[in-house]
Design a protein around this ligand. Structure first.
Ligand code: NDP
Length: 263
């Protein structure tokens, strides 16, 4: 199926690793030009160099910044406008989860997590809104988590923040229509740097990677019996951001191997 992404301009936040990087590659494979950001300049630049060699330097743009810096995101949007002339789709993917229970989450942790989850959506959306409105196929795809509907006590503040973000996205799907479609993906457990970091921090260092992941899938009772691959999540992001999804807005798509228990 032709997704209609040839020569479209796509922005991906958190594009230097995991699901964001898989999405950047997916958009480039489908003919789009892609701008992406992340905090760590070294990894970002090496990824950008590699992509420029494969897809052409004229089709990629990378900027090192945190999405929590409003001014930096606005400058990024100006750079995208200057380099590519607009923006057709925005994927708000940057971030990470916080593992903590109610008892061990401080007020400062709550503030930091609420800030990360909300402003990692709000600042990029504010900065790119005008360009998205001007596009004939403006689209936002937000990366969110099953935790929004299925809270985990060991991730109490991430779960609560994700529920609020999901609510916000529903409002935006109405307010930004008809010019901009707004959809979300709800991730279960998807293999990425986040999980690699948790694997490296495992208590028993004698457990192999394969066994640790298999055990995790078993403990979480994932019906498909494994974690998802970053590319499997990315394919959904690419589709929802593309003109092929032109009549889909306000929707949420689970990418979880069937692990959700809500209907
Ligand atoms: P990775 O750690 O592999 O990738 C995260 C990416 O986001 C990196 O490029 C990272 O680069 C960037 N990033 C993180 N924080 C910021 C920031 N403040 N500003 C700009 N860039 C940032 O993790 P995933 O691919 O797993 O995560 C992608 C998204 O999916 C995250 O929002 C995560 O919370 C969400 N998610 C993932 C799940 C999973 O199972 N993998 C489950 C549920 C949700 P750098 O560190 O250099 O900034």
């Amino acid at each position: 199926m032709d997704l209609g992404l040839r020569d479209k301009i796509v922005v991906v936040t958190g594009g230097s690793s995991g699901i964001g990087l898989a999405a950047v590659r997916g958009f480039l494979d489908d003919g789009a030009r892609v701008a992406f950001c992340a905090r760590g300049a070294e990894r970002l630049e090496s990824v950008c160099e590699e992509l420029a060699q494969v897809y052409g330097a004229d089709r990629v743009l990378a900027r090192a910044l945190t999405v929590l810096d409003k001014d930096a995101i606005e400058v990024f949007a100006e750079d995208v406008a200057a380099r590519f002339g607009g923006c057709d789709a925005l994927v708000t993917n940057a971030g990470q989860g916080r593992v903590s229970t109610f008892a061990d989450t401080t007020d400062a942790d709550w503030r930091a997590e609420l800030e990360l989850k909300f402003f990692s959506q709000l600042y990029p959306i504010q900065a790119f809104e005008k360009m998205l409105r001007d596009s004939p196929s403006g689209a936002i795809v937000a990366v969110n988590s099953l935790l929004a509907y299925q809270p985990e006590p060991h991730m109490v503040c991430t779960s609560a923040a994700r529920a609020g973000v999901q609510n916000l996205l529903k409002s935006l799907a109405t307010e930004l229509a008809p010019e901009i479609r707004v959809n979300s993906v709800l991730l279960g457990l998807v293999d990425s740097n986040q999980w690699q970091r948790r694997f490296e921090a495992r208590a028993d260092k004698s457990v192999s990677r394969a066994d640790w992941y298999a055990d995790l899938a078993r403990k979480k009772a994932i019906p498909l019996g494994r974690l998802g691959e970053a590319e499997e999540a990315a394919r959904a992001l690419v589709f929802l951001a593309s003109p092929a999804a032109s009549y889909i807005t306000g929707a949420r798509l689970e990418i979880s191997g069937g692990v959700s228990r809500f209907s």
